[in-house]
Design a protein around this ligand. Structure first.
Ligand code: DAH
Length: 356
């Protein structure tokens, strides 16, 4: 049987020495655990006679109580110190200036597509899409561009490896195959625009191997050249934001339209600057025409009942003209300075720093 005073002194000395919560826990186990020193003393009470057992039992309980409350006080002290330390290191200095909030910019191509969709959307057009990898039928054949046609040479087509049946897929050279896909699966009336990527093996200041076009297609029973002209004039004036924008339709040729026309808008060049909307010069903007009856027939549409018009234009080209961007290749250089300069702040992202 151990001397209680000595045991208590020993336990309190260990408590004093415990430097953290882990040390306290170790002490608890070694004093009050299953085989702890106080526990062992409790177990040996049975050897004493009743009188002595009572006295020692009370004394042991008193030691146990003192130890437990001292340990709790110590534990509270440790926890408070830990909290103090956290508060000191995690303090927020609310007087610091706010960190600049970096807002991404909308690429001019995305911005222009949004504008196209908004303008044509108001006129009742919906958006259609098609695959980038096309087959000969959709990219050429159905559009009245047979294998021998010189238009195939103009397109600088990227061909992919032939499949098992010897069919060579192509990267679509224009968005016109989406016309075909839409005609094949839709009964007129049709009124769609198809913005998207196109590919040609060409690269200089005004050509890039990947670029964007938007295609338009309107098919109904009585759609005529007047609708084509009205729609495209309306579009040009809305897009360039010039109410009296001069436009002219110039006779042209595309295998998939008959008659075909290119649309020019009036412009002036002053001191090396291009001013859209007046003056003596003309700028070509897009190709268009009445859909060739053969194209309709190729897609299973009765050309004696339905007719309509189509148009196509380069998205980078109209973006360059509208926003004064001189070199097409810079669209794809991924230069952040360029994007900050020519890009657009998204309307949906108001920020505390910049406001709306
Ligand atoms: N697909 C033509 C091109 O890539 C653009 C075009 C011209 C599309 C006239 C049309 C159209 O739908 O009617 O050059």
């Amino acid at each position: 049987m151990q001397d209680l005073e000595a045991l208590e002194a020993e336990l309190f000395a260990e408590l004093e020495a415990a430097g953290d919560l882990a040390g306290l826990e170790a002490l608890r186990v070694s004093a009050l655990g299953k085989k702890g020193r106080l526990t062992e003393q409790m177990k040996s009470l049975g050897q004493l006679d009743p009188e002595a057992r009572k006295a020692r039992g009370q004394a042991l309980n008193a030691v146990k109580d003192r130890l437990q409350s001292a340990m709790e006080a110590r534990k509270a002290g440790f926890e408070e110190a830990a909290l103090e330390a956290r508060l000191a290191t995690e303090r927020v200095d609310v007087t610091l200036p706010a960190r600049p909030h970096a807002i991404g910019h909308v690429h001019p191509v995305s911005q222009t597509i949004e504008e196209l969709v908004a303008i044509f959307g108001e006129m009742g057009f919906s958006v259609a899409e098609g695959p980038h990898i096309e087959d000969d039928f959709h990219n050429f054949e159905a559009l009245n561009i047979p294998a021998w046609h010189p238009a195939r040479q103009d397109m600088d087509t990227f061909y992919l490896r032939s499949d098992a049946e010897g069919v060579r897929p192509v990267l679509r050279t224009h968005t016109s195959p989406v016309q075909i896909r839409t005609l094949q699966k839709t009964t007129p009336p049709i009124r769609i625009i198809c913005p998207g990527r196109t590919f040609r093996a060409d690269s200089d200041a005004t050509h890039s191997p990947m670029f964007h076009q938007v295609e338009g297609l309107v098919i109904d029973e009585k759609t005529h050249m007047g609708h084509l002209k009205g729609t495209l004039i309306e579009f040009c004036r809305a897009f360039f934001g010039v109410d009296e924008l001069p436009v002219r339709f110039r006779a042209s040729y595309f295998p998939f339209t008959e008659p075909s026309a290119e649309l020019d808008i009036g412009c002036a060049r002053k001191d090396g600057q291009l001013i859209i909307g007046g003056g003596e010069d003309w700028l070509e903007i897009l190709g268009s025409g009445m859909v060739h009856p053969k194209v309709l027939e190729n897609c299973g549409i009765d050309s004696s009942r339905y007719q309509g018009f189509a148009f196509g234009m380069g998205i980078e080209r109209i973006a360059m003209l509208k926003y004064g961007i001189p070199d097409l290749r810079t669209f794809y250089d991924s230069d952040l300075r360029w994007l900050r300069h020519y890009g657009f702040v998204p309307l949906e992202a108001p920020s505390v720093v910049r406001g709306l």
